[in-house]
Every structure is written in structure tokens, then in C-alpha cells.
Design a protein around this ligand. Structure first.
Ligand SMILES: C[S@@+](CC[C@H](N)C(=O)[O-])C[C@H]1O[C@@H](n2cnc3c(N)ncnc32)[C@H](O)[C@@H]1O
Ligand SMILES: [Zn+2]
Length: 314
């Protein structure tokens, strides 16, 4: 009796078809695959480690996200949850749907565990997901087997793509975690093809996000593992006391996540909200101004959630 061969692993199927989208971040030159690295004619070499091309030496200022996304590598992934949480979030924050994404080459800037890359590939796009943090290990674990998604570790401030590469650029919940939200948004615009669409969601300058801004300088100094253990205690504690005075006081002083996606998601979301090094808040008018100053047209709020903005390159 002969054994039936299973599906071949990604690395047994030859080089990933989307590797050709990558370019040297220094000179924009073509990269050639040389065993376990990508080489540029300018002499630079970018290693491929555990299946992921690396364009940064380490995770810089996003260590909290390296911890977060390897701890909750599948909590928000639709395919693991069996629901459409991330799909609904993508549509709500970008207004993009399958019709607009099918057949498109998309950059998911700040992919985290790859949840939106998964959704967009499921809608028929080819997606390159980049992240500065070691979330790329989680994203590659989730999506590395797919031909339509490539994960790379890179900094939005210095991305490995030639100008005018992408039909669509999406960045959800990312740019406000960089040292300069506007500058990092501006770094994305040249990568868009003429006629291409860019959609971003950043924290609004309102409500709980303002309160969190007062806590962040303190909470982001706590070692991630220690703060995470506190979140694991705090969230169930307040959930169990729903409607009590202590719970309403906690919700006012230290706004915490009370979404409808389960307690693991709420624990993750509280950690996510209070641990990053940078936490910018921006009004829709401010972000619309950046889009217009960058020469984008058709600029509008992309959905009902502040601050989601979308525009097109003429
Ligand atoms: C809140 S998470 C959002 C991840 C994903 N977009 C999602 O919504 O599930 C923010 C992500 O942005 C990444 N990030 C922050 N600054 C970055 C930069 N300069 N370049 C690339 N990724 C960055 C972080 O590492 C983190 O994974
Ligand atoms: Zn080069």
C-alpha cells in the first residue's frame, strides 16, 4: 500500500511567489534569493530567519507587541475563532470589501498576527504583511503556508519596497504606535500605485483614548509580563462585578475593554491599550489634512469608527 502524500510545506514548494515584491530598503534595488538571505547589488544582505525575511536587526521600540502577539497569536484570528470579528473590523475601519480587494496587491502595514492579511487574502487579494515586532513569528505561523500572503519584519519608516508597488495599502491600529504618526503615514504614500487606495485607522483624540494617554507614561514602564499578569487578574475581577460601584469607578478611571468577543480578547485588548511605548491620538480633521497634503484625492472618513480615513492616489 502506498502512502498518500500530504500537501507540501511552503518551503518545499520553492521560493515564495511574493518574494519578488520585496526590494532593497536602502537603494530600492531588486533582491536576489541566495540560500537563507536576500541580496542586493548594492552589497546589502537581508537574512531570512525561520521563514521570514528580516529588514531590521531587532524589534526596536515595539517589544510590548512582540510579547503580546506571541501570547495571543490566534485570539483575534477569524479562522481560529470561527467568526467574522476581524473581517467586520476591516470593513468597518476601511470600507474595503471583497469586490475592491479581489486580484489586488495589498500592503498590510503593521500586520500583528496577520488577522487582516488573512481576511484580505480570503477576499482574493495577494498580501504582504510587515511588522517591526516579533509578531511576525506569530503571523508566519498563522499564514506562512499560503502562497497569497508573505510576512516580513520591517519598519514602516524604512520599508523594503520600490515606489508605486501596491494597489492598496491598509494600516489598522498601527501608525499611532510609532514615534511620529504623520511621518510614518507619509512613508506609505509613495508605495502606492497611481489610482491606488490607502486606508488607515488611528486612535481618535477623544474619550477613553484621552484618558489612556495619561496612564501610558506609567503603565508602559512596567515589564510586559508583569503588566500582562495584572491584566489577567484585573479584567475578570471587574467583569465579575458588572454593575457594582467598584466596577463603574474602575471603568471611569481606567477604561478597559468590554467588547463582545470573549474575555481573552478583553484581556489582550487592555494589555494592548496600556503597554505600547507610543500612543498618539488624532482627530479625523487632522488626518484628513495629512492625506490632502500628501496629494491624495477622494479623501473621506472610511467608516463609522473615528479616526478611519481613506484616500486615493491620482
Ligand atoms: C495594535 S497592533 C495592530 C496589529 C494589526 N494591525 C491588528 O489590528 O491586529 C500594532 C502593530 O503595529 C506594529 N508597529 C508599530 N510600529 C511599527 C513600525 N514602525 N513598523 C512596522 N510595524 C510597526 C506593532 O509591532 C504592532 O504589531
Ligand atoms: Zn540595495
Amino acid at each position: 500500500m502506498s502512502a498518500v502524500p500530504g500537501p507540501r510545506r511552503r518551503d518545499e514548494r520553492g521560493p515564495h511567489p511574493l518574494l519578488s515584491v520585496l526590494a532593497c530598503p536602502t537603494c530600492s534595488g531588486r533582491l536576489l534569493l541566495d540560500r537563507d538571505a536576500l541580496r542586493c547589488a548594492c552589497g546589502r544582505r537581508y537574512p531570512i530567519v525561520r521563514g521570514v525575511p528580516r529588514f531590521v536587526p531587532d524589534d526596536g521600540y515595539v517589544g510590548s507587541f512582540s510579547f503580546e502577539w506571541n501570547t495571543h497569536n490566534r485570539t483575534q484570528l477569524d479562522s481560529a475563532r470561527g467568526d467574522t470579528m476581524s473581517r467586520d473590523t476591516l470593513v468597518e475601519k476601511t470600507g474595503l470589501d471583497a469586490q475592491q480587494l479581489r486580484g489586488k496587491l495589498v500592503l498590510d502595514a503593521g500586520t500583528g498576527t496577520g488577522r487582516f492579511s488573512e481576511v484580505m487574502a480570503g477576499m482574493g487579494a495577494r498580501v504582504v504583511g510587515v511588522d517591526l515586532s516579533l509578531a511576525v513569528e506569530a503571523a508566519h505561523g498563522n499564514l506562512g503556508h499560503r502562497d497569497d500572503v508573505l510576512i516580513a519584519q520591517a519598519d514602516i519608516g524604512r520599508l523594503p519596497f520600490a515606489p508605486a508597488t501596491f494597489d492598496v495599502i491598509v494600516s489598522i491600529g498601527v501608525l499611532h504606535h510609532t514615534p511620529d504618526t504623520r511621518r510614518h503615514f507619509e512613508a506609505l504614500v509613495p508605495l502606492l500605485k497611481p489610482g491606488g487606495t490607502i486606508a488607515i485607522w488611528v486612535y481618535p483624540d477623544a474619550g477613553d483614548y484621552r484618558i489612556r494617554n495619561h496612564w501610558i507614561p506609567w503603565t508602559n514602564k512596567i515589564p510586559p509580563r508583569m503588566f500582562y499578569e495584572w491584566c489577567r487578574w484585573f479584567v475578570p475581577f471587574v467583569h465579575r462585578r458588572q454593575g457594582s460601584r467598584i466596577q463603574s469607578l474602575a471603568a471611569r478611571l481606567f477604561p478597559y475593554s468590554q467588547q463582545s468577543y470573549g474575555i481573552e480578547n478583553d484581556i489582550l485588548d487592555v494589555f494592548d491599550g496600556y503597554s505600547p511605548r507610543y500612543h498618539g491620538i488624532h482627530s479625523p480633521a487632522e488626518v484628513i489634512g495629512w492625506f490632502e497634503a500628501a496629494g491624495l484625492v477622494d479623501v473621506h472618513e472610511a467608516g463609522p469608527v473615528q479616526t478611519s480615513v481613506r484616500g486615493r492616489k491620482p
